[in-house]
Write a protein that binds this ligand. Structure first.
Ligand SMILES: [Zn+2]
Length: 216
Protein backbone atom coordinates (compact mmCIF):
# COMPACT_ATOMS: atom_id res chain seq x y z
CA UNK A 1 0.00 0.00 0.00
CA UNK A 2 1.57 3.22 -1.21
CA UNK A 3 -0.34 6.36 -0.43
CA UNK A 4 0.13 10.12 -0.42
CA UNK A 5 -1.86 12.30 1.99
CA UNK A 6 -2.45 15.84 0.76
CA UNK A 7 -4.17 18.80 2.35
CA UNK A 8 -3.89 22.39 3.48
CA UNK A 9 -2.42 23.35 6.85
CA UNK A 10 -5.09 22.83 9.51
CA UNK A 11 -6.73 19.89 7.74
CA UNK A 12 -5.35 17.40 10.28
CA UNK A 13 -3.63 15.26 7.68
CA UNK A 14 -0.70 14.37 9.95
CA UNK A 15 -3.02 13.17 12.72
CA UNK A 16 -5.03 11.13 10.24
CA UNK A 17 -1.88 9.67 8.67
CA UNK A 18 -0.71 8.53 12.08
CA UNK A 19 -4.06 6.88 12.91
CA UNK A 20 -4.42 5.24 9.50
CA UNK A 21 -0.83 3.97 9.58
CA UNK A 22 -1.54 2.27 12.93
CA UNK A 23 -4.78 0.81 11.70
CA UNK A 24 -3.32 -0.69 8.51
CA UNK A 25 0.13 -1.42 10.00
CA UNK A 26 2.03 0.64 7.44
CA UNK A 27 4.79 3.22 7.84
CA UNK A 28 3.75 6.81 8.48
CA UNK A 29 6.43 8.71 6.59
CA UNK A 30 6.16 12.32 7.71
CA UNK A 31 8.75 14.52 6.03
CA UNK A 32 9.71 16.21 9.29
CA UNK A 33 10.44 12.85 10.96
CA UNK A 34 12.31 11.55 7.91
CA UNK A 35 14.59 14.58 7.93
CA UNK A 36 15.26 14.20 11.65
CA UNK A 37 16.04 10.51 11.17
CA UNK A 38 18.32 11.20 8.22
CA UNK A 39 20.25 13.79 10.22
CA UNK A 40 20.44 11.55 13.31
CA UNK A 41 21.64 8.60 11.18
CA UNK A 42 24.73 10.58 10.16
CA UNK A 43 24.90 9.29 6.56
CA UNK A 44 26.44 11.50 3.86
CA UNK A 45 22.94 12.49 2.82
CA UNK A 46 22.05 13.22 6.44
CA UNK A 47 25.12 15.43 6.80
CA UNK A 48 24.17 17.39 3.68
CA UNK A 49 20.66 17.91 5.02
CA UNK A 50 22.07 18.99 8.39
CA UNK A 51 24.32 21.59 6.76
CA UNK A 52 21.31 23.08 4.98
CA UNK A 53 19.24 23.14 8.14
CA UNK A 54 22.08 24.55 10.25
CA UNK A 55 22.50 27.40 7.80
CA UNK A 56 18.75 27.98 7.74
CA UNK A 57 18.70 27.30 4.01
CA UNK A 58 15.66 25.86 2.29
CA UNK A 59 16.19 22.21 1.38
CA UNK A 60 15.74 21.88 -2.40
CA UNK A 61 13.10 19.69 -4.05
CA UNK A 62 15.85 17.41 -5.36
CA UNK A 63 17.52 16.93 -1.97
CA UNK A 64 14.15 16.39 -0.28
CA UNK A 65 13.32 13.74 -2.88
CA UNK A 66 16.68 12.03 -2.37
CA UNK A 67 16.03 11.80 1.36
CA UNK A 68 12.55 10.34 0.82
CA UNK A 69 14.03 7.94 -1.73
CA UNK A 70 16.67 6.54 0.58
CA UNK A 71 14.70 6.67 3.85
CA UNK A 72 11.29 5.46 2.61
CA UNK A 73 10.96 4.26 -0.99
CA UNK A 74 14.11 2.14 -0.79
CA UNK A 75 13.19 0.58 2.56
CA UNK A 76 9.43 0.24 2.85
CA UNK A 77 6.87 -1.72 0.84
CA UNK A 78 3.95 0.08 2.40
CA UNK A 79 3.82 3.71 3.42
CA UNK A 80 1.79 6.86 3.77
CA UNK A 81 3.73 9.92 2.63
CA UNK A 82 2.76 12.96 4.72
CA UNK A 83 4.34 16.26 3.71
CA UNK A 84 5.87 14.93 0.50
CA UNK A 85 5.41 15.73 -2.32
CA UNK A 86 4.89 19.40 -1.55
CA UNK A 87 5.52 20.76 -5.06
CA UNK A 88 4.92 19.63 -8.64
CA UNK A 89 8.67 19.07 -9.06
CA UNK A 90 8.66 16.77 -6.01
CA UNK A 91 5.65 14.88 -7.38
CA UNK A 92 7.46 14.31 -10.67
CA UNK A 93 10.55 13.11 -8.82
CA UNK A 94 8.38 10.72 -6.77
CA UNK A 95 6.92 9.30 -9.99
CA UNK A 96 10.46 8.75 -11.29
CA UNK A 97 11.58 7.00 -8.10
CA UNK A 98 8.60 4.66 -8.23
CA UNK A 99 8.85 4.11 -12.01
CA UNK A 100 12.44 2.98 -11.86
CA UNK A 101 11.39 0.27 -9.40
CA UNK A 102 8.32 -0.64 -11.46
CA UNK A 103 6.12 0.60 -8.64
CA UNK A 104 3.30 3.12 -8.51
CA UNK A 105 1.08 4.90 -6.01
CA UNK A 106 -2.15 3.17 -5.01
CA UNK A 107 -3.91 6.38 -4.10
CA UNK A 108 -3.71 10.02 -3.09
CA UNK A 109 -6.06 11.12 -0.31
CA UNK A 110 -6.86 14.82 -0.38
CA UNK A 111 -8.16 16.26 2.90
CA UNK A 112 -10.33 19.08 1.69
CA UNK A 113 -10.89 22.15 3.85
CA UNK A 114 -12.16 25.64 2.94
CA UNK A 115 -9.87 28.63 3.40
CA UNK A 116 -12.21 30.05 5.99
CA UNK A 117 -12.19 26.83 8.02
CA UNK A 118 -8.40 26.53 7.76
CA UNK A 119 -7.93 30.10 9.00
CA UNK A 120 -10.37 29.51 11.85
CA UNK A 121 -8.54 26.37 12.97
CA UNK A 122 -5.04 27.77 12.64
CA UNK A 123 -5.54 31.19 14.20
CA UNK A 124 -7.41 30.23 17.36
CA UNK A 125 -4.65 28.21 18.97
CA UNK A 126 -3.65 28.94 22.54
CA UNK A 127 -0.94 27.52 24.75
CA UNK A 128 -0.51 27.53 28.54
CA UNK A 129 2.54 29.45 29.73
CA UNK A 130 2.69 27.22 32.79
CA UNK A 131 2.44 23.65 31.51
CA UNK A 132 2.39 23.92 27.71
CA UNK A 133 -1.13 22.48 27.34
CA UNK A 134 -2.70 23.41 23.98
CA UNK A 135 -6.21 24.81 23.54
CA UNK A 136 -8.27 26.25 20.74
CA UNK A 137 -10.73 29.11 21.26
CA UNK A 138 -13.43 27.29 19.29
CA UNK A 139 -12.58 23.60 18.97
CA UNK A 140 -10.97 22.94 22.36
CA UNK A 141 -11.78 25.89 24.62
CA UNK A 142 -10.35 26.08 28.15
CA UNK A 143 -12.94 25.67 30.94
CA UNK A 144 -12.45 29.33 31.89
CA UNK A 145 -11.41 31.98 29.35
CA UNK A 146 -7.69 32.67 29.41
CA UNK A 147 -6.97 30.17 32.19
CA UNK A 148 -5.45 26.68 31.87
CA UNK A 149 -7.78 23.92 33.06
CA UNK A 150 -4.84 21.76 34.10
CA UNK A 151 -2.59 24.10 36.06
CA UNK A 152 -4.38 27.47 36.26
CA UNK A 153 -1.64 29.14 34.20
CA UNK A 154 -2.17 32.01 31.75
CA UNK A 155 -3.05 31.16 28.16
CA UNK A 156 -1.43 33.04 25.29
CA UNK A 157 -1.88 32.87 21.52
CA UNK A 158 0.59 30.38 20.08
CA UNK A 159 3.43 32.05 18.20
CA UNK A 160 2.63 30.14 14.99
CA UNK A 161 -1.04 31.08 15.27
CA UNK A 162 -0.87 34.77 14.35
CA UNK A 163 -2.87 35.89 11.31
CA UNK A 164 0.31 36.95 9.56
CA UNK A 165 1.97 33.51 9.85
CA UNK A 166 -1.22 31.63 9.07
CA UNK A 167 -1.80 33.65 5.88
CA UNK A 168 1.79 33.09 4.85
CA UNK A 169 1.47 29.32 5.30
CA UNK A 170 -1.83 29.19 3.42
CA UNK A 171 -0.50 31.31 0.55
CA UNK A 172 2.54 29.10 0.24
CA UNK A 173 0.31 26.02 0.23
CA UNK A 174 -1.92 27.49 -2.49
CA UNK A 175 0.97 28.51 -4.66
CA UNK A 176 3.14 25.41 -4.38
CA UNK A 177 1.12 22.45 -3.09
CA UNK A 178 -2.49 22.90 -4.17
CA UNK A 179 -1.60 22.37 -7.87
CA UNK A 180 -0.88 18.74 -6.88
CA UNK A 181 -4.62 18.14 -6.55
CA UNK A 182 -5.01 18.62 -10.32
CA UNK A 183 -1.76 16.80 -11.00
CA UNK A 184 -3.14 13.68 -9.32
CA UNK A 185 -6.71 14.20 -10.51
CA UNK A 186 -5.43 13.79 -14.07
CA UNK A 187 -4.02 10.37 -13.17
CA UNK A 188 -6.94 8.05 -13.57
CA UNK A 189 -8.77 7.35 -10.33
CA UNK A 190 -5.76 8.14 -8.13
CA UNK A 191 -7.25 11.11 -6.27
CA UNK A 192 -9.71 10.48 -3.43
CA UNK A 193 -11.32 13.36 -1.57
CA UNK A 194 -12.18 13.33 2.13
CA UNK A 195 -14.09 16.18 3.78
CA UNK A 196 -11.70 17.36 6.50
CA UNK A 197 -14.21 19.82 7.98
CA UNK A 198 -16.00 16.98 9.80
CA UNK A 199 -15.05 15.75 13.28
CA UNK A 200 -11.64 14.03 13.48
CA UNK A 201 -13.30 10.65 14.21
CA UNK A 202 -15.60 10.99 11.21
CA UNK A 203 -12.66 11.98 9.01
CA UNK A 204 -10.84 8.82 10.17
CA UNK A 205 -13.87 6.65 9.35
CA UNK A 206 -14.20 8.24 5.91
CA UNK A 207 -10.47 7.82 5.26
CA UNK A 208 -10.60 4.13 6.23
CA UNK A 209 -13.50 3.67 3.81
CA UNK A 210 -11.62 5.38 0.98
CA UNK A 211 -8.51 3.27 1.59
CA UNK A 212 -10.53 0.05 1.68
CA UNK A 213 -11.94 1.06 -1.72
CA UNK A 214 -8.47 1.80 -3.04
CA UNK A 215 -7.11 -1.54 -1.83
CA UNK A 216 -10.19 -3.35 -3.13
ZN1 LIG B 1 -1.32 24.82 32.19
Amino acid sequence: MKLVFLGPPGAGKGTQASKIADRFAVTHASTGDIFRQAVAGGSELGKTVKSYLDEGKLVSDELTAQVVDSMVIDREDSFILDGFPRTIVQAELLDEMLDKRQMSLDGVVFFQLSDQEAVERLTGRLVCQGCGQNYHVKFMPPPEEGVCGKCGGDLIVRSDSSMEIVEKRLNEYKEKTEPLVDYYRKQNGLLKIVDAALSPDQVTRDTVKVIEEIMG
